[in-house]
Write a protein of this length. Structure first.
Length: 107
């Protein structure tokens, strides 16, 4: 920490005045730039948050696309295969053919 304080003491510049002056300038500009990135309305923090939100939404879209494909396949199966449609109707809605014994269980 002592060397950092020495950089601001111009009496210690000696023959390295241009380098030390540039270093002071670079430190101030960097501090202002970092401060600007975090305080400005369109800050770096918001960019990072937006990136996370965007990735989350993209994953959600992919999951929904997979669900849609699964549901489309099921619709296709039920609309083309009479056996699968009958099985679905029996399992989901309790349908039965004439002469079938139907047993209802309470959960």
């Amino acid at each position: 920490m002592g060397k950092f304080k020495d950089i601001w003491d111009k009496s210690k510049d000696g023959n390295r005045a241009p380098q030390r002056s540039f270093l002071r300038f670079a430190i101030v500009i960097t501090a202002v730039f970092v401060l600007f990135l975090f305080i400005k309305k369109d800050s770096l923090v918001r960019w990072v948050q937006a990136g996370f939100t965007l990735r989350s939404q993209e994953r959600r879209i992919e999951a929904l696309k997979e669900d849609n494909e699964r549901l489309d396949a099921r619709i296709h199966m039920l609309s083309t295969s009479r056996d699968s449609l009958e099985k679905f109707a029996r399992e989901e809605f309790g349908f039965a053919e004439p002469g079938d014994d139907v047993y209802l269980e309470e959960e």
